[in-house]
Design a binder for this molecule. Structure first.
Ligand SMILES: Cc1ncc(CNC=O)c(N)n1
Length: 239
């Protein structure tokens, strides 16, 4: 297992190995019927508005999670690689995003103060909260952080590809996560995660701790993908 993780790391990193291994669930999260409906212009606007209100609640929770990852980066790495700047940049983006959600909600007539978190959202938020604990390793937390951002990046970029029928009024929403800058940022997060996962894999070979971290990061990555599928399902009103 350790030898394999290491060997695969040479071919694009631990994350890509895991994405190949868990391909079906990854496709499930990034090519969900909700996203495909935006992409082909058949999206139901009541679903979209439901998603908007629910995602605002999620993003507020995600800010707290991002802050916890920032603290771990500051504590656990020497930061000569500049991890904290990448995370701080992500947090600055979240600041804009919250303002954007408020603007978008008023545009669509969604009353954010009256929006109550639905079951799938609550469950996802509790999951994030469990990962904010100081006990959770930085490697695990940054892997989760990357996965959450990457699902939105992949999903919404898919709606902006040529020859799609994404409605003009949803283009801006898709741009929010589908733009190149956000793609670059996700790539930076992925590089950090791969570096730390490879280090955990090396530690394992050297007989130091590392196995738990690798296993936990993989398990939590799959959980993120499952929560994302449930979140989309909830938005479509099928959960
Ligand atoms: C449910 C969910 N997953 C990922 C994101 C993207 N990260 C921050 O915006 C999001 N907004 N909502």
């Amino acid at each position: 297992m350790e030898g394999k993780a290491k060997e695969e790391a040479g071919k694009g990193g631990v994350i890509d190995t895991w994405l190949r291994k868990h391909r079906l669930i990854y496709i499930g999260a990034t090519r969900h019927p909700f996203i495909l409906a935006i992409r082909d212009g058949t999206v139901n606007y009541s679903s979209f508005k439901k998603w908007l209100g629910q995602d605002y609640i999620f993003v507020r929770e995600f800010v707290a999670f991002a802050a916890s990852v920032l603290v771990k980066a500051w504590k656990e790495s020497d930061d000569s690689k500049g991890d904290t700047e990448v995370i701080l940049g992500g947090m600055a983006g979240l600041h804009d995003e919250i303002a954007w959600f408020k603007k978008e909600a008023s545009k669509w007539g969604v009353e954010l103060s009256e929006t109550v978190p639905q079951k799938a959202n609550q469950v996802y938020c509790r999951f994030l909260e469990s990962l904010m604990s100081p006990e959770v390793d930085y490697t695990v937390a940054i892997t989760v952080f990357w996965a959450i951002e990457a699902v939105y990046q992949e999903s919404f970029a898919h709606c902006l590809e040529p020859d799609t029928n994404t409605p003009p009024e949803l283009q801006e929403v898709c741009q929010r996560w589908g733009n190149d800058g956000f793609g670059q940022y996700c790539h930076s997060l992925k590089k950090i995660a791969n570096r730390l996962l490879e280090k955990a894999s090396d530690d394992l070979i050297m007989g130091k701790a590392g196995d738990d971290v690798l296993k936990k990061a993989e398990v939590e990555l799959i959980r993120v993908l499952e929560h994302e599928v449930e979140f989309w399902n909830m938005s479509r009103g099928t959960a």
